[in-house]
Design a protein around this ligand. Sequence first.
Ligand SMILES: Nc1ncnc2c1ncn2[C@@H]1O[C@H](COP(=O)(O)OP(=O)(O)OP(=O)(O)O)[C@@H](O)[C@H]1O
Length: 317
Amino acid sequence: MIEFRGVSKTYPGSARPVVKDLSFEVLDGEICVLVGPSGCGKTTSMRMINRLIEPSSGEILIDGEPNTAMSGTKLRRKIGYAIQQIGLFPHRSIADNIATVPQLLDWDKARIKGRVDELLELVGLDPGVYRDRYPAELSGGQQQRVGVARALAADPPIMLMDEPFGAVDPINRSRLQDEFLRIQEEIRKTIVFVTHDIDEAIKMGDRIAILKEGGVLAQYDTPEEILTNPTSDFVTSFVGADRILKRLSLTRVSEMELEPANGSGEGLPTLSDRLTVRDALSALMGAGVGRGVVEGEGGRRLLTMEAIEGLTRGARA
Ligand SMILES: Nc1ncnc2c1ncn2[C@@H]1O[C@H](COP(=O)(O)OP(=O)(O)OP(=O)(O)O)[C@@H](O)[C@H]1O
């Protein structure tokens, strides 16, 4: 667990803090997304976790221990770090890039090679093809994957990720997000993830910390809660006017309580219950109908506009 306790940061020469009295906890195995407008202190907050930046006051505890009490080696072993600019060393092979922290930690060669190949497999790059290439010989998306593999190299329980998919086009970005969520299912790291994109925050976060100007925490909640019960005008406007639709994209049709279709499904469009409710709504509207039949493990069930509206009720209150 990572715990911020009253953390503030004022840079030398500046009158005002860029992070102000920040207190929240990141639970083990969860992705916590720091999101907010440009300059609100997301990166500063994240870098105080691995002490690339020191707080002006307050403290950060990792598994109950102040990070100021930890040696550099211990911090490197505990915390992986992936950044938007990727930061791969251009004159080192992909294998050597990934091996950066294990080499610092003096792992033996065989162990490093095994780990590099395992990580390349994990991020979907064939080790035989990519191990000996150089960063310039990879696409931007492939380099991002190597960046993530490098951050995971010493199997740290904590990962800090600063806009890790920021430099790739929207399609590849969406693919990388999906892949990363799949990887996280396997590795269950404790992750702090910085983005300025609320849609990315909603997709990636188990919990979202929305920061506002001056590094003040505006709300810390699950994506569902933030979309359903924003606690201030700032959060409402930051999540956007389409928050009800965003809320629908968090739920799959399979999770809805729906009546069996029995005989009443005749002539209605059929949809998979793996769709998000947002996509199912879009399909119904596209077909110009108010009802459809969903198919899945729960059998054939009837999806109606009323049922969809029922999901948004809390959000409209
Ligand atoms: N080393 C520094 N010295 C002085 N001021 C700094 C330094 N680093 C950042 N700042 C200032 O602190 C504020 C917060 O910066 P930070 O990078 O933490 O914000 P951010 O929310 O990550 O922004 P962005 O989304 O634009 O990356 C900004 O106003 C920035 O100019």
